[in-house]
Every structure is written in C-alpha cells, then in structure tokens.
Design a protein around this ligand. Sequence first.
Ligand code: CS2
Length: 484
Amino acid sequence: MSDSKVPVLTRQLVKLPAAPIRIVHIGLGAFHRSHQAWYTQKAGDHSKWGIAAFTGRKPDAAVALSAQDGLFTLIDRSARGDSFEVIGSITEALDGADVNRLCELVSSPETAIITLTITEAAYGLDSRGRFTAETSGFRRDLAALKGTSGTRATPDTPIGRLVLALAARKDTGAGPIAVVSCDNLSANGEVARRAITGLAEAWDAGLANWIKTNVSFVSTSVDRITPRTTDEDISEVQDSRGYRDTSPVVAEPFHDWILSGEFPKGRPQWEDAGAVIVDDIEPYENRKLWLLNGAHSLLAYAGQLRGHATVAQALDDALCRNAVESFWDEAAKHLGSGDLHIPEYRKALSSRFSNARIAHHLSQIAADGSTKLRMRALPVLTAERSQGRSGASSALVLAAWIDYVAEREELQDPLSDAIHEVKRALGPGPERVAALLDLISHGLGQDPQLVSLVDSLTGTFTQAAGATSSTSLENAHPTSGRNS
Ligand code: CS2
C-alpha cells in the first residue's frame, strides 16, 4: 500500500475514547509513554484518568502526538520478538511552552496529580546535593516570575513553569494536589519539594507556604528500559498494524513502579498493572539506582571508551562485564538482605541488559554524568569507605567518567562549562582528578587517598587492549589501571 493510502493512527480508527484530564505530566518523552502512560492505561479505572502531557524543551513530540489524538503504539520488545499495543491514556499532548494551558489545567479542581520526568539535572541540585536557584535558568525564571525580565514574561524551566502553575492553583482555590517525581534520583519526592518550594520561596513566601500545606510530594522508583525509536520501528508498526504511527515507543517487557506518599485527590489503580505502594521507599530506590542505573553509567563510560555503542555490546566485553560484577558486589553489601532478593535481581538485570534486540545506546545514558554519578556510584563508594574499605569498584565508575569526559569535546552535562574549564586548566593526573571529583560532590577531591585511588584507576578502559568478547575472559580487577 502506498504511504498516502495508509490510515493515520487516530481514536476514531481504533475506537479508543479519551479519558477526562486528571493528570498533568511535564516531560513528554519516550520514558513517560512507556511507563506512566502505560500504567495508567492498564489501571482498572483508566476511563476516569486522562493525561495532559507537556514536552520539556522542544514542541516536536507534542506536535507529532497531537496529529494522532495523543495515541501511540507501544512496541514491547523481548528477546523472542515484538508485540504491539495502542496506548490511549494521553488525552492532550502539549508544547511545554504553552504555560497558559499548563496553568489552566493545574488550577482545575479536577486535576489530582502532576507527574514529572524532567531529567535529574533539572532539579537544580548543586554539588552538595542542595537546591540552588543560582543557575542561569532559575535566575531567568525568577526574573520572569517577578515580572522584571523585560520581554520574557514566562518561566522557561520545567520547575519554573510548575511553580507558576501552582500559583494559579492557589489563586483558584482548587485545593491540594500530588506532585510525583519519576526521575532517577534518590528521595526524588524530597528533591522535587526542595526545588519547587525553593524557587517559590525566592519569589513569593505566601505561595511557598501554600505549597507546604497543599502539595504532597510522592517519591517513586521507576523502571523500564526504553531505547530511542528508530525509523525501522516506525516502518515495522506500519507493516504489521496497517496504520501510520510517527511516534511509536519501544520498551522491554519488564516494568516496575514503587511509590510512597499521599494522593490527597486520589489516583488511578496503578496496582492493577503491578505498581507497589510502600511506606519506606529507600531500599527499593537504592537497589534500582545502584544496581541498574549505576551499572548503566559504568557501561556508558567504560563501554564507549572501549568502542562499544550499546549496553548489550558493552556487557559482552569481559573487561566491562567484570567491572559491573565487582561494582554489584560492592553495592550488594549495602543493600541489606532478604526482602530485596539481590541475587535474583542481579540475574534478571544481566538478562535485561543482554537483550540484544533492545539497542540501548550508551551515548543516551552517558548524558548528565556529574548529577547521575552522585546518586548511582557515590553512595556505594561512601558506604564502602565508611566501613574501612577502599571502594575500588565504585571508584572505578568515577575513573571511567573522568576518562570519558577527558576525551570528549562535546558534553551534555549541567556542569559541562566547569568540566571543560578543569580540562583546560589541569593536565591528566591527581589534580585534575581532584577537581573533577569535586564537581560530582563538594569536598570529594579533598580526600588525598581517594584521589590517588581514582587516579590510579584512570586508564583502565582506555589502555586495555581492544574490545574482547566474554568468551575470552580477562582479569578486569579495578587495579589494572594506569598506575598499577
Ligand atoms: C538510564 C535510565 O539513561 C539512563 O541514565 O540509566 O534511563 C534507565 O534506562 C532507566 O532508569 C531504566 O528504568
């Protein structure tokens, strides 16, 4: 069939009605669609819970989804094959710059929940892990909020826009609401609270007080590996489904969502799709952030240094694989025992990472390393050192990042300017290592023992012979680095 004859995916085509908007999402990207949108569709009461999803930076995803009534195909990609499902929970897809519509929706009494996937870097954490309104984005937003920004009348960052929308909710008296962070940060509810109340306080103390009493910040641990959609995926949907979908999303079959906190105006029955509500989220968060995301970051830097492009390829390289296993050994010592089923979790991770049908690009994971490593590797290193051990396997994750940033001209990182500055000012060696460690976490570079350990581990992945497959196991012990 010629392309012009293929029908476009619409609600009329697949007879899927739109649910009334009760959830506002900020950060419309592939992960939101494979995770929260999918869970909402699977909830038994899904017909009552529609999502209005706003993009973060660019309008593109909203334009593409609007042309198909918010619908998209989820390609569930297992090692054995693909299955397809149309997801209809996004009722409206909107450009994040449409701040008027955001204010209108957030101030509606019908709206009960605001979910966020705005990236780790968007919460304005500094190297002490505290919120700072001192970044240029927040400074500009504050000027816009205070009406002192000349031609720019509205905030630009997701947090700035949300603060403005919460002010609108306060003004309309629409009552309490839940903000649910779905970004990979430990205590993400608390981090969201600090960022949102922090910016509100700098603007209007009355609003900050209203937020403190009316907004519930829910913490969550989210999980579903979601690689970028390719042109082949788009063609595959057309060939096997007979309709045109410009925006399918690919995901692994595995999915997990753990939530902790109050929903003062209710929520969908996400448990129907396997979501779990807990009182204490920290152990689950740590398990996911350290074992999955920590290994991801390690593979992103080590793997690219070794010439690999995807997670599955990097894991098939014995040097990378052994580094991951050693890091997991270290992390596991601080994850308690029993309930968390760590051996089974590790086994499942190995097979999820090895799903070669999911082309999960390391370059996608490598972004924003300074913020990500603070949550993914540093807590394990700190826990190891507090028990009198060196923490060599988690130190190797930091060393791999240092080697990676050293060889890249272009970096996507909230601290890219500072990283480039360090690279210009200091040549390879302990001083540069100390300065880069300080960017990950304030004071880290002041520990001479740690600096010397990390320095000795740089070069582990750049100096080893070319990439090898797991059939030729070699010793990947962390001490195989530059100065050993
Ligand atoms: C990845 C995550 O890009 C990254 O930093 O580690 O997006 C990861 O794929 C998800 O957290 C999986 O749930």
